[in-house]
Ligand binder design. Structure first.
Ligand SMILES: Cc1cc2nc3c(=O)[nH]c(=O)nc-3n(C[C@H](O)[C@H](O)[C@H](O)COP(=O)(O)OP(=O)(O)OC[C@H]3O[C@@H](n4cnc5c(N)ncnc54)[C@H](O)[C@@H]3O)c2cc1C
Length: 423
């Protein structure tokens, strides 16, 4: 029987184990900081940059504008309306590093002044051809080489769908791959091995993004193979775990055990997950149980428990919490403090996207944690899909835009008052 649209089948949803009585959680002093300190959060921005960010977040508060924006922008670019300077000034500058690697340097340097590091992400969606995939692999290798010669870039991020076709990954994931699919998959692996070899040679760690659940088994198998081959001396290859998925708690344990058996380091970027609507829509259309937790509460519990598990295994697992959730960041900092783990432990870091949640990034960096901004770069037209997703994410995540606006407004007012007093 076919499921009706957007009816979510929950039979697979697994409860997340609560951590209630773990002495590790109960004992010791909790970490405290104020994420409301806007002076620290925005001290890297000039007055005009602050106002610019305020105008941008005010405009993406409108759901309608965010919905019609991408078609409107694509249409304007197609018929030659000169909107590029406007897009670059307001949008691109807020969320991206620059159009080339070198153009990212001023932002990287500014962040460095405040103890904030950079994660470089080649933000261009590759052409879905062999040539496109090879080109993307070359760009990733260039980024790794660039990053390795700059001390403040601890990681380079990449997507497997940049170097290979979604159809191939889907076929491999479903276990119904033909000989042709297997050959195509081998090409993806060859590109990834080339990338990992350069990463190994230059000692430059890389993050591999997590994507949709129907292609993730193939991505997981690649990540595992690379971790087993390249993480023998140090955590060089990082996989990404999306804790909105109800099978990832078990998967974390599986990875932890593998690490112990094979005496390797596991590298993990821990996130909640970015494809909630796509995941639920596909599950409902094809009539299978959603692979996600149904409630945000369970996702939060799963994410926080995972952070706890990783902190407890920090000797063999290096991880980066990619999150804009203040509570999760405070909890993770508390776990680190209670376990007596130095805030700048090389296996522990936090990351937020460039242009978002500066109150978390700069306040945690001020306390001595390893924190990095995720900075995409690439030619303006080519990173537009990334920019549209940022706008959509800011409107769809409850309270994200209003939170940014409140903080920006607070800092603008604070600076005005400080200027008046000093006169
Ligand atoms: C540095 C960095 C790297 C990232 N890399 C990846 C990546 O490789 N792959 C990827 O998929 N995402 C990635 N993301 C995005 C991430 O997964 C989240 O979508 C985003 O950060 C918002 O979640 P949050 O933890 O910041 O917090 P919050 O704003 O507290 O949580 C919002 C998230 O909760 C989850 N959620 C909310 N309601 C529900 C519900 N009813 N059911 C199920 N889930 C729900 C969704 O994941 C949603 O995005 C990355 C984010 C960052 C900051």
């Amino acid at each position: 029987m076919e499921a009706s649209p957007l009816t979510i089948n929950i039979q697979n949803s697994i409860e997340v184990p609560p951590l209630k009585n773990d002495p590790f959680i109960l004992e010791g002093t909790p970490f405290t900081t104020s994420f409301d300190n806007t002076e620290i959060a925005f001290r890297y921005k000039s007055d005009s940059e602050l106002r610019k960010a305020y105008i941008l977040f005010s405009s993406i508060q409108s759901n309608l504008l965010v919905k019609i924006g991408p078609s409107l922008v694509n249409w304007a670019l197609k018929v030659g309306v000169p909107i590029r300077p406007l897009l670059k000034y307001y949008f691109f500058d807020q969320f991206c590093g620059g159009e080339t690697l070198e153009a990212c340097l001023p932002k990287i340097e500014t962040l460095k002044n405040y103890n904030v590091k950079t994660i470089l992400d080649y933000g261009v969606e590759s052409l879905k051809t062999e040539q496109g995939y090879n080109q993307c692999a070359e760009e990733i290798i260039k980024t790794i080489t660039f990053a390795s010669s700059h001390k403040n870039i601890p990681f380079v991020a990449m997507k497997i769908t940049g170097i290979g076709g979604t159809e191939t990954l889907e076929k491999i994931s479903s276990g119904k791959a033909s000989e042709y699919d297997k050959l195509q998959f081998q090409k993806i692996k060859d590109r990834l091995v080339r990338i990992c070899e350069v990463a190994k040679q230059l000692q430059q760690p890389i993050f591999i993004d997590a994507e949709e659940s129907w292609i993730q088994p193939a991505i997981d198998s690649l990540c595992e193979e690379m971790m087993f081959n390249y993480n023998t001396q140090q955590p060089l290859i990082f996989t990404t775990i999306q804790m909105y998925r109800n099978d990832r708690w078990q998967y974390l344990h599986y990875l932890k055990e593998k690490a112990a058996q094979q005496k390797i380091f596991i590298g993990i970027k821990l996130v909640r997950g970015a494809y909630i609507e796509k995941e639920n829509k596909r599950a409902s259309q094809l009539g299978y149980p959603t692979p996600l937790y149904i409630s945000k509460k369970n996702v939060d519990l799963a994410f926080n428990n995972a952070a706890h598990l990783l902190i407890k295994n920090i000797d063999s697992i290096a991880f980066c919490a990619g999150t804009h959730n203040e509570e999760s960041c405070l909890l993770l900092a508390t776990y680190a403090q209670k376990a007596g783990i130095p805030f700048d432990h090389p296996h522990l870091s936090f990351s937020q996207l460039y242009g978002m949640s500066d109150q978390i990034t700069f306040n945690l960096a001020e306390k001595g944690f390893n924190v990095a901004k995720y900075i995409p770069f690439g030619p303006l037209d080519a990173v537009l899909p990334y920019l549209f997703r940022r706008a959509q994410e800011n409107t769809s995540i409850a309270g994200q835009t209003s939170k940014e606006l409140i903080l920006l407004e607070k800092e603008i007012r604070r600076r005005k008052k400080a200027a008046l007093i000093s006169k």
